[in-house]
Design a protein around this ligand. Structure first.
Ligand SMILES: [Zn+2]
Length: 187
């Protein structure tokens, strides 16, 4: 796999199965940035009183590794939004240059993001956690990740990518679970 470098003058970067992910150098004062590999069954769940909760939606993904880019943000709405703008700009670069470059060579990775807002009514619209997870395509049945929606009041829905019925908070079922019925053409 081709390794790409986003910011050649910077030396800090992390590696995820051959994918080189640049560190964010210009981290705003009221934000923090972490980049780490983690088991895919470890997903964000809630934000309460300044603490983030992660949870495990099941054992299915326990042996599958993913890579997280995690941003925590503090401050009032204005400074939080300013921090978010910088973070989004960084993520846009990561996405367009590393994950989905506009060449004919797909990177073999896809990403999903999740945000958790403040639970303080005064800061209700402030994003406190922005978590971007990078998945290796070959490790998953689909690029949709219902397990990443754990704790959200969504329930069952049709996967927007492949149409399989999935449940928020539970890993994506194999695509062929509902394909096996009479009358379905073989090809
Ligand atoms: Zn799907």
């Amino acid at each position: 796999m081709k390794v790409k470098t986003l910011f050649p003058n910077k030396h800090r970067a992390t590696e995820f199965f051959g994918l080189q992910i640049p560190m964010m150098e210009d981290v705003p004062l009221n934000a923090s940035f972490d980049s780490y590999a983690v088991s895919a069954d470890f997903v964000p769940y809630a934000y309460e009183k300044g603490e983030f909760t992660f949870s495990k939606p099941g054992e299915d993904l326990v042996d599958t590794q993913v890579h997280d880019l995690a941003f925590t943000i503090s401050g009032d709405k204005q400074v939080a939004d300013e921090a978010l703008d910088k973070i989004v700009a960084y993520l846009r670069n990561v996405y367009t240059q590393v994950i989905a470059p506009t060449t004919n060579e797909p990177s073999g990775f896809h990403i999903v993001q999740r945000t958790l807002n403040s639970d303080n009514p005064e800061h209700a619209h402030c994003v406190r956690l922005l978590l971007v997870r990078i998945f290796r395509n070959e490790d998953f049945v689909c690029t949709e990740h219902p397990e990443f929606l754990l704790g959200m009041p969504i329930g069952q829905y049709h996967c927007p990518v492949c149409g399989t019925m999935v449940l928020a908070g539970i890993p994506h079922l194999p695509k062929d679970v509902f394909d096996d019925y009479p009358g379905k053409s073989e090809q």
